[in-house]
Design a protein around this ligand. Structure first.
Ligand code: ADP
Ligand code: ASP
Ligand code: MG
Length: 250
């Protein structure tokens, strides 16, 4: 049985209807005979709203308390999505980052994933449950909640795909693939069928939001092929993978 990791970003889970939409995508993947691990972001502008709420309390909150606050956004989404899945008649469970075994460095606000203890996830998958994991968060060696930096749910998805040796890692978002430039800013940008890890890393490090730069670095290190595709329209997206240089015979 294949294992597929699917990640859906904030605009793909912004309201109840959108959560129902992604649950249909997940159900199709499950019905095709796959095990499915789903990483979700906070809904819509939730993370920005939480940052604004924090500043009402304290213009300089501690990073520890910020992580405590921001990690709640993703937890809301996974619980709601799992409830939706249950209602559709599918076995499912939602997990926080720490319940999913994601251990990180102690750098609040920009923690790095050090290890994924995959036991709990595997036990849930063995029960044929769809497992929803809160993106963007983990726990450090002092059992403090950490977050991975803005856009970090992509990195959660790749880390889980690597740890569980997943057969595919699909990043669903609000555009239908990676373009030569941000298609919302540059209308003549072209969609790419595929892009190398190195080129994608260059774009992500240069600020292209479509993938978190650390997720691309991690995918390259573990040879995880990423498929960036739309939550709203069908069809193939963009593959991010090793692209061998054209042969230079002679
Ligand atoms: P998600 O919430 O799904 O993680 P993001 O907002 O983080 O989505 O990333 C998707 C956005 O990235 C797109 O809406 C698009 O405006 C932007 N983007 C920037 N550069 C690119 C690019 N080269 N190709 C595709 N999208 C890009
Ligand atoms: N919710 C976090 C953010 O808005 C993480 C993510 O969406 O990947 O940056
Ligand atoms: Mg993102």
């Amino acid at each position: 049985m294949a294992l597929i990791v699917q990640k859906f970003g904030g605009s793909s889970v912004a309201d109840a209807q959108k959560i129902q939409n992604i649950c249909s995508i997940i159900a199709r993947t499950y019905d095709a005979g796959n095990n499915v691990v789903v990483v979700l972001s906070a809904q819509g502008d939730t993370t920005d709203d939480l940052i604004a709420k924090a500043s009402e309390m304290n213009p300089h909150p501690s990073k520890r308390e910020m992580d405590m606050l921001l990690s709640t956004g993703e937890q809301v989404t996974v619980a709601l999505a799992s409830m939706c899945m249950e209602r559709m008649g599918y076995p499912s469970v939602s997990l926080t980052g720490w319940q999913a075994g994601i251990r990180t460095s102690e750098d609040h606000g920009c923690a790095r994933i050090r290890k994924v203890a995959g036991g709990a996830l595997r036990r849930e998958l063995d029960k044929r449950r769809i497992v929803f994991v809160a993106g963007f968060q983990g726990i450090d060696r002092y059992d403090e909640i950490t977050t991975l930096g803005r856009g970090g749910s992509d990195t959660t998805a790749v880390a889980l795909a690597a740890a569980l040796k997943a057969d595919a890692c699909q990043i669903f978002t609000d555009v239908d693939g990676v373009y030569t430039a941000d298609p919302r800013i540059e209308p003549t940008a072209q969609k790419l069928e595929e892009i190398s890890y190195d080129k994608m890393l260059e774009m992500a490090s240069g600020g292209a939001q479509v993938l978190h730069d650390r997720s691309v670095a991690l995918a390259k290190r573990y040879g995880i092929v990423l498929e960036v595709r739309s939550s709203f329209t069908g069809g193939p997206g963009t593959l991010v993978r090793q692209i061998p240089a054209i042969g230079t015979a002679g």
